[in-house]
Design a protein. Structure first.
Lengths: 638, 240
């Protein structure tokens, strides 16, 4: 199929029913025309409908769509909830051969006025394709209404998603759980969250929240506080055990690394019944969520309880056990997942750097030492080199140890810092200083003690490959900063020595695997930071789950493309527009959870952010627009 | 203070007030169903629709939860507003044809009979009961379950938690459609909701023997007032 018969996608009508506009090829229209290997015969969703095959009945297509949408209307306003039910009813009787005179006008009148008078976005969007169809295919509806003929149902594939849900690497049903929080049904909210997220307390505190960046409410006032809202049901249910079907399979799977990627894969595989064993060289599980993320952001008892939920699925843990040669595992396990993270520091290029000094440390080692309970005496002047989240965590941790003066030295400016803005602000509040546009080049020491660092000033030059302006050293701008401790947080790379060359590596030393964790070696899979380089908890969880699906497919010899994966392509093509077509809404204030005051929180490692209480959470969750997008795809013959 | 015009009348109200607040202040009446002064607005019924001028043309909004803005121009009786109100009432009347309150509002809006009918019980999901229980009684015994994906419930509804309920009857009192009713059968109070029937034991006055209030309600009162339960042994008539 090369051309489209009709499209009203994004309000742009392309009508090629006469066949004259052969030029309006599929490429003109921003909707997918492939589903896996099949052609798409018709497609209908929040922004219009597309027909590629003349034989598809528009009336039946619209009926199916409105019936599906009506199942999703929330019920907050009767206009939308009852309105969609009425529309579904009328379309149902038309397709049943029992249409009544005036039905077409009634449909149009209702659709127009429902759209104008509903409370939020979902139902307003739901009627858009119906209106498009009624306007452009009126004859078809008239004929169906008067024809007394039954129009057969069509087969379709349904997908429901939302901009926030799509942006989330693990595709949580964000509008779904926000709605339950709003209605103070937190137990159910947690149940819903756990369907796709095995670390709700961890992500409720530390997630980078891709969802918030894609939240449609951001176009009106500010995105929902989605991360903090998730924490409400998560914290309420932390000691709730989770039921699961006990393993029915003999097959054993080994996972190397007990970070978010490994844990999420284990959770998924154990639920499928596999015998899962996790190996980790550290005595405590959690990977970087334990060794990296400081306890004032993620209390250790919370992390431990959350991991226990997962390991209680009869998962055998081998802490303190470093895998030296991955081949050793091959004999005992059907499949092996490499989820070893990125822990090895890169060369920092600073002269006189003496790794034997305990006052010259890599940031992640410093944080790990603290996490493991090692005592580190407070210093007078600490320099932290870097501009990412790890640098901020090091600086804020040093402050909490009682170090007097903590300065972050970053080679670019405040604007270019990759660290999250709220983290930078929190650091500023805690009295951490910043030295922008500078890089330490040499350590000064006296009598085996660090006394300072020589730095050079930088200026921003042309944009580099990442699009950020590249810092270049300024001639003769050297200056010295006094310091008795220097920490570097300039990014880590994976340690892949235990693979003994079994897998191909990238130039960053990361493991080459596709997005489903499949490598060139059939029994070896890889996921998380060891593939992507340092990323985030939720991305590692998503990668772990996808790899687990691939492992399941490999062991059970099931090569079929899952419907989710086929739809991934569809959604990618659509780029799920954030464009709102809902009713005008007044602007509201985003609510934030309370935080301990800065002077109090630097006194120790107590958790800095509080949890919303149920009432405030209900209010904040009430700002959600419920931007669910329902789409139906009718597959063609091809 | 914010200045706005409603039906050509200039009005000044506090910042943060709703259009309905402003109209009430100016003596302009707007019909409402799910609104109650004592409760937070829900915007559920859409009966209070009014027309508001915007730079993109006129729109309708629910006046009970739409905040005023400086220079806002509102019309409560325009054709657009009346049409929106009529459609809102059509949905409500189709759902709850026996409600006196809705029938009256519909007649006022010039609607005799809806063009369609709807299945199900008479609950219009206005959530007056939910908000009364949460905001006035101070319990969370009634919650709204929205319809959605991956939920146990198939349809939107209002659910009573019999354990938390103290049988005070506020929900039956506030319900505009009689979808919730209360009936005292001597020693038992029966609360019938769209999806459950709950029975509660009544307390007999230790002096005259008359059943006068649900035991759970008295326990709750004793607990919140921090008084011994014996203080609630007598009915109103026997107390001095
Ligand atoms: C300081 C810091 C702060 C961060 N803050 C955040 C944040 O706020 N939000 C966020 O989303 N992300 C944050 N991240 C990133 C996040 O923690 C990581 O992206 C995530 O943990 C990666 O998960 P993973 O499972 O791939 O690897 P990891 O979590 O690194 O886990 C890998 C595990 O493998 C083990 N291992 C490695 N090699 C072997 C071997 N040969 N044998 C046995 N075991 C082995 C390691 O001991 C480790 O436990 C932060 C990272 C750091 C360093
Ligand atoms: S408003 Fe709600 S549904 Fe819409 S994107 Fe934001 S969180 Fe998701
Ligand atoms: S009274 Fe305003 S929506 Fe019900």
């Amino acid at each position: 199929m090369s051309s489209v018969v009709f499209s009203s996608w994004e309000g742009q009508v392309v009508d090629n029913r006469s066949g004259q506009h052969a030029a309006s090829a599929a490429s003109d229209i921003k909707v997918p025309l492939k589903y896996g290997d099949s052609d798409v015969a018709a497609f209908i969703s929040w922004d219009g409908l597309v027909l590629a095959d003349k034989k598809v009945s528009v009336v039946a297509l619209v009926k199916a769509y409105i019936a599906e949408a009506a199942k999703l209307a929330c019920g907050e306003c009767s206009m939308g909830y009852r309105g969609l039910a009425v529309l579904a009813d009328i379309l149902g009787r038309i397709c049943g051969g029992k249409g009544q005179p005036g039905d077409v006008d009634l449909l149009l009148d209702l659709a127009q006025n429902i759209q104008k008078n509903v409370k939020c976005d979902f139902c307003a969007n739901a009627v858009i394709p119906l209106k498009d169809a009624l306007r452009n295919y009126r004859e078809a509806f008239e004929k169906a209404t008067s024809g007394n003929e039954v129009i057969p149902n069509i087969d379709y594939i349904k997908k429901v998603t939302a901009p926030c849900q799509e942006a989330c690497p693990i595709h949580q049903d964000v509008p779904g759980y926000l709605e339950l929080v709003r209605n103070r049904r937190n137990t159910e909210a947690l149940k819903l969250i756990r369907r796709t997220n095995c670390l709700p307390c961890v992500t409720g505190r530390t997630c980078v929240a891709f969802c918030e960046k894609n939240c449609v409410r951001g176009d009106i006032d500010a995105p929902l506080s989605i991360r903090a809202l998730k924490r409400v049901p998560a914290d309420m249910g932390i000691i709730q055990p989770q039921p699961f079907d006990k393993g029915a399979r003999e097959d054993k799977v080994a996972i190397v690394g007990a970070g978010p990627a490994g844990l999420s894969a284990a959770n998924y595989l154990a639920r499928l019944g596999y015998q899962v064993q996790i190996f980790d060289e550290q005595p405590t599980s959690g990977g970087m969520t334990f060794a990296g993320i400081p306890s004032y952001r993620l209390p250790r008892n919370v992390l431990a309880l959350e991991i226990e939920h997962i390991t209680s699925l009869d998962i055998l843990m081998h802490p303190d056990l470093r895998i030296r040669h991955v081949e050793d595992l091959q004999k005992r396990f059907k499949a092996v997942l490499v989820a070893t993270g990125a822990h090895q520091s890169r060369d920092n290029g600073i002269d006189n750097w003496n790794a034997d000094y305990d006052t010259l440390m890599e940031g992640v080692s410093f944080l790990r030492d603290i996490s493991c309970g090692k005592a580190i005496a407070p210093k007078n002047q600490v320099l932290v080199v870097g501009g990412g989240n790890t640098a901020i965590d090091c600086a804020r941790t040093a402050k909490r140890l009682g170090c007097k003066d903590v300065t972050i030295v970053y080679r670019r400016g405040r604007h270019e810092m990759p660290a999250r803005d709220e983290e930078v602000k929190a650091a500023e509040e805690e009295g951490i200083k910043f030295q922008f546009l500078a890089v330490p080049t040499k350590i000064h020491s006296q009598n085996s003690r660090v006394v300072g660092a020589e730095c050079i000033r930088m200026e921003l030059g042309e944009p580099d490959a990442s699009g950020r302006r590249k810092p270049v050293p300024m001639k003769n701008s050297e200056f010295t900063m006094s310091a008795d401790m220097v920490l570097t947080a300039i990014g880590e790379v994976p340690d892949t020595s235990f693979l003994d060359g079994a897998l191909e590596l990238t130039s960053w030393n990361s493991v080459k695997a596709d997005k489903n964790g499949v490598t060139v070696v059939p029994w070896l899979f890889a996921a998380g930071d060891c593939v992507s380089g340092p990323a985030s908890v939720v991305e590692a969880m998503a990668a772990g789950k996808r790899a687990a699906e691939s492992i399941h497919a490999y062991i059970s010899n099931n090569k079929k493309l899952s419907s989710e994966l086929a739809l991934d392509g569809v959604l990618h093509d659509l780029s799920l527009s954030r464009r709102r077509r809902g009713p005008k809404l007044p602007s509201t204030k985003r609510l934030h959870p309370r935080e301990l005051p800065p002077d109090e929180r630097v006194q120790g490692f107590d958790e800095a952010e509080e949890c919303f209480n149920v009432q405030v959470a209900a209010r904040e969750a009430g700002r959600c627009l419920r931007c669910y997008r329902v789409m139906l795809i009718v597959k063609g013959q091809g | 203070m914010v200045k706005l015009t409603i039906d050509y009348k200039e009005i000044q109200v506090e910042d943060g007030a709703t259009i309905l607040d402003a109209a009430v202040k100016a003596g302009i009446s707007i019909p409402t169903l799910c609104h109650n002064e004592e409760l937070s607005p829900a915007g559920a019924c859409r009966v209070c629709a009014v027309e508001v001028a915007t730079d993109k043309g006129p729109i309708t909004v629910a006046s009970c939860n739409y905040p005023v803005a400086d220079g806002m121009v509102v019309s409560t009786r325009s054709e657009m507003a009346l049409k929106a109100r009529k459609l809102a009432l059509e949905m409500l009347l189709a759902q709850s044809p026996h409600s006196e309150k809705i029938t009256k509002l519909a007649l006022d809006a010039g609607l005799d009979a809806p063009r369609f009918s709807l299945k199900g019980d008479e609950c219009v999901l206005c959530r007056l009961c939910v908000r009364t229980c949460q905001e006035v009684v101070g319990l969370n015994a009634i919650t709204f379950i929205a319809q959605g994906l991956n939920r146990d419930n198939k349809e939107a509804c209002v659910e009573w938690d019999a354990d938390k309920c103290i049988a005070c009857g506020s929900c039956a009192f506030i319900c505009p459609t009689k979808a919730v009713t209360l009936c005292d059968n001597v020693d038992t109070r029966v609360i019938q909701t769209p999806n459950t029937k709950m029975e509660f034991k009544m307390k007999a006055c230790t002096k005259c023997g008359a059943y006068y209030a649900p035991e759970k309600q008295l326990e709750y009162m004793a607990k919140t007032a921090k008084l011994p339960i014996e203080k609630f042994d007598l009915c109103m008539d026997c107390r001095d």
